[in-house]
Design a binder for this molecule. Structure first.
Ligand SMILES: [Zn+2]
Length: 794
């Protein structure tokens, strides 16, 4: 690689002006630096303001405590709780530095700048103290990394040498340093970033490629992206080689062959890897890797995403032909997934200028990202349930330290990044968000005014310093009908030949005060779940409409510091008690009528609940908070209604019965449920059969269950697969061996089913139970799919 070529290709990363050499080759289109775009009054600006408050509510010394501890320095405050002191120590500190960098670039807020400087100076102390370039809060960092560098590697998707995803954790530090350099030009951050990347080179210097691929079995964020960025920043080839080494072949190879093997995979583990592939591809001009990233995006967006742009259930990609679990679960799409999908979308747009990327970006921005911050008090959402009648949980600054808090703080700081884009002589207007753009190269200011989507008009005021000729490229969204898009310049209607999904080009010698008015008439449309089951969402333009619903109290609406605090664990409204649309599916849009005098408010009629006909009010989903809601309605024809209702009722009765006696449960082999139950294991493995995750062991594994309500307990139930003659094992609870009720553990020939273990008297009142599955010597446990802690039923 020629350094010069590499630096030239920096362009693709859309970095800021601080970079050493301004790129010379032309990419299809460039993003504006975030610092050149200021938001004006809108829900986005409001979200940004609340994010500033959230950022300032966090105490830097508490976030820094894990880093100081690992660097051998004395922490100045106690670590934060939740994920910050149970294994993922320090991950939020990394996101915090990214979020502060973005926020400072987006607003110029000096308090935010002071926080950023402080965080970086403390990180610098940690790096200097460690002496080898490392900065990190991973518990037991020194011993862990020494073992890894010697080739002692035990990796599973969410563990590395028995630590909770340490590579994922340190990726946040890398990303923080990189963002501090790219968005605010902090030289010290750049130096620290390079030093820490040199540390990574050292870390793997004695490992073979196979050993590094083994490491990468464990979640590692976008380490390949960050190393590629360092290569671009420094122009040094060795960092690009490192980025290659950290590219997970297991994920890459099927994508190169255009194969979708994503079902069952942990979604947010994969998306950042693809961002890295694309980044490397852009630096090298590698067409096939770029195609792999595009294929991944197409697959996720067109086959695996719901109407608001999110994907996956319980953090994992569901089968493309079966979204039933997405409908049933309280753990719908995770915010981090969409955060990362938007990063990938930005890369793909900038290297293609294809409007389809903006369509998705816009859809996900209004309907997922904006909706994941509580507009009353701030706070972020982890899961957005698709389940009708359910609700979301909000983080609180002093209790909640989940991944989606980290990505959430960043999300709300970068609404300005894709509103506009440009080339040397063109200005692209992509999103209809009130803002002020400073186009420095053209010495032109552009002000965008609108209350979109409440109105369908957008005003652009163009203020060049002196008269300037350039081409205004106005996005003609696909959600505007052919022929309906209008452009009026200084009161004069323009003739438009472009079609939806294209840009309307206007070349002109612009003068100060020129006014461009755009009209984007919206239509109401209906979108079915991707698996074509009978669930429909309703959109007006790009905006997903939803209805508020009643139901039992929203338990845990504001999360406490418990490990499962991010999950909306309150009662689920039975699906058969929620209104169903009774209509042919092609008539649904006609059942939606605007409410006069109330913008973006509609009624949906022909809803039946049992035999009662009713009408619901629809508003944008992003306007609904602290409430149960519906975004997907079940649909039936008049003829099919009764049958569907009966089937739904039957299924729900079974669920309710089982939920009623469940005190706690863990889905085995899935990252978050296992981590939340403090999984420990020895000689144990995980996998998937028929989209069901499992765990088994030749050694043992254990979970810690909580009896939060101090219930009187009765038993432990397990669901298993492949219980054959090789399986002999014991179940221990708090050191007491249990006997099963339905069979003894050495019975052979039982393939799949469930087994109950009754708890002896002394364990029935325990508040905490560690349940351990131990294989007998020379044998193995069956594949265990689910473990529940039960209380007696009626
Ligand atoms: Zn997350």
């Amino acid at each position: 690689m020629k350094n010069k070529v590499l630096v030239l290709k920096i362009l693709f990363l859309s970095l800021i002006d601080y970079l050493p050499v301004k790129a010379q080759i032309s990419a299809p289109v460039e993003a504006f630096p975030l610092m050149n775009v200021r938001l004006l009054d809108s829900p986005f600006k409001h979200a940004e303001d609340l994010d500033i408050q959230y950022l300032l509510a966090l105490e830097p010394n508490r976030l820094l405590a894990p880093y100081l501890r690992e660097a051998g320095l004395t922490p100045k405050a106690e670590s934060y709780p939740n994920w910050e002191n149970t294994g993922l120590d320090g991950h939020i500190g990394g996101h915090y530095v990214s979020a502060l960098s973005l926020m400072y670039a987006a607003t110029g807020n000096q308090e935010i700048k002071a926080r950023l400087d402080y965080m970086l100076s403390e990180w610098k102390r940690c790096q200097d103290s460690a002496g080898n370039g490392y900065i990190g809060g991973v518990p037991g960092s020194k011993a862990l990394w020494e073992a890894i560098s010697r080739g002692e590697i035990k990796a599973s998707p969410f563990e590395l040498n028995k630590k909770w995803v340490p590579l994922y954790n340190i990726h946040k530090v890398y990303a923080g340093l990189c963002d501090a350099w790219l968005y605010t030009g902090n030289e010290e951050a750049k130096e620290m970033l390079i030093k820490m990347t040199d540390w990574a080179i050292q870390l793997v210097s004695k490992l073979s490629d196979e050993q590094i691929q083994e490491l990468l079995k464990s979640e590692h964020g976008g380490l390949n992206e960050v190393f590629a960025n360092v290569a671009a920043i420094t122009g040094d080839e060795k960092y690009l080689q490192l980025a290659h080494k950290f590219s997970h072949q297991f994920i890459l190879q099927p994508l190169l062959n255009k194969e979708d093997k994503l079902t069952g995979m942990h979604a947010n583990t994969q998306i950042p890897k693809i961002i890295g592939f694309k980044c490397i591809a852009d630096i090298e001009g590698n067409q096939s890797w770029s195609e792999a990233a595009r294929f991944f995006w197409d697959t996720v967006v067109n086959r695996r995403s719901v109407c608001f742009g999110g994907n996956s259930v319980q953090e994992h990609f569901n089968p493309v032909d079966d979204f039933s679990k997405v409908i049933e679960s309280e753990q719908g799409p995770e915010t981090c997934n969409t955060y990362n999908m938007l990063k990938l979308t930005k890369q793909l747009y900038l290297t293609s200028k294809d409007d389809k990327y903006i369509e998705y970006y816009e859809r996900a921005l209004y309907n997922h990202i904006l909706s994941t911050e509580n507009p009353r008090v701030g706070g972020f959402v982890y899961f957005t349930p698709v389940r009708p009648g359910h609700y979301r949980v909000y983080s609180q600054p002093q209790t909640s330290f989940w991944c989606c808090v980290g990505s959430g703080m960043e999300n709300q700081a970068k609404y300005g990044e894709m509103i506009y884009a440009h080339t040397d002589k063109e200005l692209y207007v992509n999103l209809f968000i009130p803002s002020r753009l400073n186009w420095t190269e053209m010495k032109t200011e552009v002000i965008q005014e609108t209350t979109f989507p409440n109105e369908e008009n957008i005003r652009l005021i163009i203020n060049p310093e002196k008269r300037k000729t350039f081409i205004l490229q106005l996005r003609y969204p696909q959600w505007v009908a052919a022929g309906a898009f209008q452009v009026i310049i200084n009161g004069r209607n323009q003739n438009i030949t472009a079609q939806p999904g294209e840009y309307v080009s206007i070349e002109r010698k612009w003068k100060k005060g020129d006014v461009v008015e755009i009209k984007v008439p919206m239509q109401t449309t209906v979108e079915q779940l991707p698996d074509k089951s009978n669930y429909y969402s309703i959109l007006h333009g790009p905006i997903v409409l939803a209805a508020k619903t009643d139901g039992p109290q929203q338990e845990g609406l504001f999360a406490d510091d418990s490990r499962g605090g991010h999950i909306a664990k309150g009662p689920k409204v039975p699906l058969n008690n929620l209104p169903m649309i009774v209509s042919d599916s092609d008539k649904i849009a006609s059942l939606v009528q605007p409410v006069p005098g109330k913008p973006m408010t509609f009624t949906l009629s022909n809803l039946y609940q049992a035999n009662k006909n009713e009408t619901m009010e629809l508003v944008p989903f992003f306007c609904i908070y602290e409430s149960r809601y519906i975004i997907y309605w079940q649909q039936a024809t008049t003829k099919g209604f009764k049958d569907i209702l009966q089937r739904t009722e039957q299924k729900e009765l079974e669920r309710i019965k089982s939920d009623a006696i469940t005190v706690d449960k863990v889905t085995c082999g899935e990252q978050q449920p296992e981590s939340d139950h403090f999984i420990q294991s020895e000689n144990s493995s995980i996998g998937i059969i028929e989209n069901v995750h499992w765990r088994q062991a030749k050694g043992w594994f254990s979970y810690r269950f909580k009896n939060v309500g101090n219930e009187s307990l009765s038993s432990i139930s397990i669901i298993f697969r492949d219980w054959d003659q090789n399986c002999k094992f014991e179940v221990w609870v708090n050191g007491v061996k249990l006997d099963d009720i339905t069979q003894t553990s050495n019975t052979s020939g039982k393939e799949s089913g469930s087994t109950l273990y009754s708890l002896p008297g002394e364990l029935k009142q325990q508040k905490e139970l560690t349940v351990k599955f131990v294989a007998l010597p020379g044998y193995i446990t069956p594949k265990i799919v689910e473990v529940r802690l039960l209380k007696p039923g009626n």
